[in-house]
Every structure is written in structure tokens, then in C-alpha cells.
Design a protein around this ligand. Structure first.
Ligand code: NAD
Ligand code: UDP
Ligand code: UDP
Length: 332
């Protein structure tokens, strides 16, 4: 049941204890909304939301979205899903279940509540793309039976479910295809390239370039991405996506390593390790649709975003050291 009695909404964020989810919750609370966070803490941490517990407009529910959830809210952001290759390949069956069963449950909830629901989809739906840059009308080039398939195909099926609940049941949907995003509160050990390189640089360990580092990615700073998600949720009802959200700046992984070394002042050496199977060769969003429909475009340059991300990891290290947790970084 939609309350809608004032501009303050009660918003459900699944995956709210994770990297993107916790930033989204900060934004929604600062916009004056109430937030219910549902998370099973598989890859998220209580630490990401511990600053919110005294806030009377914030509520945490430990819940796995592959099971039904009965709450009363006005809007749903569905972000729950492990997002880094190491984490989503750790239990691939659970990854697919989270995307597929989780989407069915959250869509069932949205259908009952007649409320808007946004899906955090991914550039991985394009697979190893043969169209560059990727536009939303490109159907993708995805291996259905490889190590990344649990994530890629799970997210593709979730998109299908979103569109079918929209066509069949009239659920108001929004589908965002998120490209590589980085920033404070990334996991220090989830194997993603930005966190890996920063941790390696700060600890004086070798920087691990997979392959020769010529593969490309486009890196979006978290604040820009969150702004895109909120604009999409608030956009006109007939605009449902899918819409790319990411930064159009394209960097080779080798270039990223050089930027991280420059920002940290580290003298870590580069080492080449084997390229993981099915690793996409290139990735860059075409964001003209987001720009035209949402008036959105990223504003944070990679160099500037890396500065605050490096600062976060330095503080995070100090916190871990106090708690005697890994990693054991050395000051550089
Ligand atoms: P994250 O791992 O930090 O956050 C995911 C959160 O979902 C975690 O808190 C985790 O505990 C929770 N979760 C996982 N399975 C769950 C389940 N079954 N029930 C309830 N909670 C569950 O990852 P993130 O980077 O914040 O990504 C958030 C969303 O954005 C994901 O859906 C991801 O696929 C999508 N996305 C992220 C990126 C990126 O670059 N960060 C890119 C594309 C898409
Ligand atoms: N669901 C939920 N919360 C709700 C309503 C539904 O978790 O408030 C789940 C429920 O478990 C159901 C799924 O969403 O299996 C899909 O709901 P839908 O109404 O589409 O299908 P049905 O209930 O007919 O299976
Ligand atoms: N990568 C790398 N070294 C690392 C981690 C990742 O060279 O220590 C590469 C990886 O092979 C991929 C790119 O960086 O080409 C981005 O990897 P990430 O896991 O961050 O994201 P995704 O592959 O899902 O875009």
C-alpha cells in the first residue's frame, strides 16, 4: 500500500550493507526518507552501516532475498547480489538464486505494494562485447556456461523478469546497467581491480596485471553512480530503461596501475598474471540515453576519485590495524 502522504518515502534497499547500497542509503536518508535495509551480510558488512544505527529513520533487517519478504514500503532499490568475480564465483548457485529468486520475490513485493522498483543490473549483460562503446540496444555476447555465467546470466534473467512483471502485471520498473564503480567502502579483499591495486600499492606488494593489462574498463566514482540511480528512480513512469550508468572515460588496466602508483607514491613493481577466463577485452558505456532522459553525466575524474578512494583505504588500514585485522599495509 503506497502511503504517499508527504514527500518522505519509506524506501527498501536490498544489499544496503554493501558498497553501493550503503552510499545509496546515506543519500536517501540525507534526502529526508526512511530506509529499510535488507541484507544477508554475505559480502556486505555491519561496519558500512554502523554510523546509521542511531538514526530513527533507518532500520536493518538481516534477510536473504531468495526468501519472501513482507514489509510495507513505497519504493524498492534491488541491489542485493555479490558483485566481484571472486565473490560471485564463490557460490555460483547462490549467485544465480539471488538474482533470479531474489528478483521474483522483490517483484512480487512491488506488485503487492503497487510500488516502483529499481534493479541494479550490470554492464556484464553485454559480456565480452563485440559492439563498442556499448549502447542499450546491444544484446550482448555472453557465455552461458562459463565461470562468469552465474552472474551475467542471473542478471540477464533478472532483467527479463523485471520486463515481464512490467508487461504482465503492470509493475513500475526501472533497470540500470551499472558499469565498474569504485570509491570508499569497496571491500579491501574482493579482488576487484581498483581495490586490489590500491591495497597492493599501499602495502608495497607487486601490482597484479592480469594478461598484459591492455584490456579496458571505464570507472565511475560512487557519488556519480548513486546520483544516477536516484535520478532514474525519480524519472517519469514511462521511462523504464534499461539505461547505462557509468563513466565514458576508458582506461587500460595498465593505465589504471600507473595512476594508482602515482596517487599513492608507491614503488610497487608490476607483475603479469594469467588473464581470467572470459575476461571482457573492453568495456565503455554509451551514456547518451542517461544524459538525455535523466540529465545525468558523471562529474568526477578518475584521478580525483582515486584520491579519495586511496584516502579511504589508508583510514581503513588504520582501523583494521587497531582491530588487528588484515591486511598488513606498510606506510609508503
Ligand atoms: P557488494 O557486494 O558490496 O553489495 C552487495 C550486497 O548484497 C552485500 O551487502 C551483500 O551482503 C548483499 N547480498 C548478497 N546476496 C544477498 C542475498 N541473497 N540477500 C540479501 N542480501 C544479499 O556489491 P556492490 O558493488 O555494492 O554492488 C551492488 C549491486 O550493484 C549488485 O547488484 C551488483 O551486481 C551491482 N553492480 C555493481 C557494480 C560495481 O562496480 N560495484 C557494477 C555493476 C553492477
Ligand atoms: N512475495 C514477497 N513479498 C510480498 C509478496 C510476494 O516476498 O509481499 C514473493 C512471494 O514469495 C512470491 C513472489 O514474491 O513467491 C512472487 O510473487 P507473485 O505475486 O508474482 O507470485 P505468486 O505469489 O503467485 O507466486
Ligand atoms: N584485473 C587485474 N588485476 C587485478 C584484478 C583485476 O588486472 O588484480 C583486471 C581483470 O582481469 C579485468 C579488470 O581488471 O580485466 C577489471 O576487473 P574487476 O574484477 O575489477 O571487474 P570486471 O572484470 O567485473 O569488470
Amino acid at each position: 500500500m503506497r502511503r504517499n502522504y508527504d514527500s518522505c518515502k519509506r524506501v527498501l534497499v536490498t544489499g544496503g550493507a554493501g558498497f553501493l547500497g550503503s552510499h545509496l542509503i546515506d543519500r536517501l536518508l540525507s534526502d529526508g526518507h526512511e530506509v529499510v535495509c535488507a541484507d544477508n551480510l554475505f559480502t556486505g558488512t555491519k561496519h558500512n552501516i554502523e554510523h546509521l544505527h542511531a538514526n530513527p529513520r533507518f532500520e536493518f533487517i538481516r534477510h536473504d532475498i531468495t526468501f519472501p519478504l513482507y514489509v510495507e514500503v513505497d519504493e524498492i532499490y534491488n541491489l542485493a547480489c555479490p558483485a566481484s568475480p571472486i565473490q560471485y564465483q564463490h557460490d555460483p548457485v547462490q549467485t544465480t538464486k539471488t538474482s533470479v529468486h531474489g528478483a521474483i520475490n522483490m517483484l512480487g513485493l512491488a506488485k503487492r505494494l503497487k510500488c516502483r522498483i529499481l534493479q541494479a543490473s550490470t554492464s556484464e549483460v553485454y559480456g565480452d562485447p563485440s559492439v563498442h562503446p556499448q549502447t542499450e540496444d546491444y544484446w550482448g555476447h555472453v557465455n552461458p556456461v562459463g565461470p562468469r555465467s552465474c552472474y551475467d546470466e542471473g542478471k540477464r534473467c533478472a532483467e527479463t523478469l523485471f520486463f515481464d512483471y512490467h508487461r504482465q502485471c503492470g509493475v513500475e520498473i526501472k533497470v540500470a546497467r551499472i558499469f565498474n564503480t569504485y570509491g570508499p567502502r569497496m571491500h579491501w579483499n574482493d579482488g576487484r581491480v581498483v581495490s586490489n591495486f590500491i591495497i597492493q600499492a599501499l602495502s608495497g606488494e607487486p601490482i597484479t596485471l592480469y594478461g598484459n593489462g591492455s584490456q579496458t574498463r571505464s570507472f565511475c566514482y560512487v557519488d556519480d553512480l548513486i546520483d544516477g540511480l536516484v535520478r532514474l528512480m525519480d524519472s517519469r513512469a514511462s521511462f523504464i530503461g534499461p539505461v547505462n550508468l557509468g563513466n565514458e572515460g576508458e582506461f587500460s588496466i595498465r593505465e589504471l596501475a600507473d595512476l594508482v602508483l602515482a596517487e599513492t607514491g608507491s614503488s610497487s613493481k608490476l607483475v603479469n598474471l594469467p588473464l581470467p577466463r572470459d575476461d571482457p577485452r573492453q568495456r565503455r558505456p554509451d551514456t547518451s540515453l542517461a544524459n538525455a532522459e535523466l540529465g545525468w553525466q558523471p562529474t568526477v575524474r578518475l584521478q580525483d576519485g582515486l584520491r579519495s578512494t586511496v584516502a579511504f583505504f589508508r583510514r581503513d588500514y588504520a582501523r583494521r590495524a587497531r582491530k588487528q585485522e588484515e591486511p598488513h599495509l606498510v606506510a609508503v
